[in-house]
Design a binder for this molecule. Structure first.
Ligand SMILES: [Zn+2]
Length: 124
């Protein structure tokens, strides 16, 4: 079982990751602070090539989807910290190796289960 101290470390790592991600998302989506800036950029862009503008918008959208997924992973890991199940594999309930959690604090499964899941997903 992972000791309380390392769980605390992962928790603060997750919280830092979450704060950084939210800041980035707020900036990209033109949150309260960024809205005026985004409006100014749009005004400038309206004089440029339409195709270029469209592709930039699509890139931004793809990135936001990725970030939403990342945020869900972080929140899920934090919920597990709160319930005392952080570090347990969701599928087989074995403990995820500390080394893996350090590299990927949002890991919800052990490597064997994660690999099995990804193989199943790539077949679907
Ligand atoms: Zn597992």
């Amino acid at each position: 079982m992972p000791d309380a101290q390392s769980t605390e470390q992962h928790k603060s790592q997750l919280l830092a990751q979450r704060a950084e991600l939210l800041e980035r998302m707020a900036f990209e989506r033109g949150g309260v602070l960024g809205r005026a800036q985004v409006a100014a950029e749009r005004y400038e862009a309206s004089s440029s090539d339409d195709a270029q503008l469209r592709s930039e918008r699509e890139d931004g959208f793809a990135m936001n989807e990725h970030e939403t997924a990342e945020l869900q992973d972080i929140d899920r890991a934090l919920a597990l910290v709160a319930s005392g199940h952080y570090g347990e594999c969701l599928d087989c309930e074995e403990f995820i190796p500390e080394q893996r959690l350090q590299a990927t604090p949002t890991a919800l499964r052990c490597i064997a289960c994660q690999t099995a899941l990804e193989t199943a997903q790539s077949r679907a």
